[in-house]
Design a protein. Sequence first.
Length: 226
Amino acid sequence: MNEKERTDLTDLTEFLFPDRVTDQVVLNELLHTASTAERIGRFKYREKEKTKDLCLQIHKDKILAYCNNTPDSPPCVLKNRDETESFCLELFECERAMEPFAHGIPALLMSKKRFEELKKGSDSSTVHRLSECLAAETGDDVHSNHLARVMKCFDAEGELRLCISSENGWKFQYASFISDHSSGWLLRMSSDPSQDWIVALPISKAQLCGSVAEWVFHSSAFPSPQ
């Protein structure tokens, strides 16, 4: 392994596993095959009592799914699109068929730092007050109110760490997801901690599943503001 490959591997590890608590067996196995992958995604999802933490490696000839919670289990090989879509539906506890993401819908842009402050204090805030604070940041009263309601009463949340291999090393994208019983939001933000922005996009779990499946097959297909 040359110096560039070692640096790339370090960057990949730090981005995928910033918590540093992943089982070493899982980490070693994942990184052993990472060098030949075109894309790697880590997906964490929690809904009620269920928590899932998985990595997908997309190679030219196969897709490997690693469960970070069960280090003794070998990776699952997804052989075709149907198996990949079923995997995504199961990952996000989605009972409905996948849906395409509706590009062109309104997106909310605001400071990531301010959003995290509001989310952290949402338990002690009213929906009305939370909505006012969001609207002051985004300039959008209607969609800020929709986001405030989900922030106040969300029952599911997820985290998506997406890595794409390039000639210059790995390119990283980060997003999180929150939803309640009726709606959800995808929160896109820079993987660079020095950049203070966040874009919130309304998205259903069915659309999230479809977007992850599309990203597996077409790396440029992940939802982003237009």
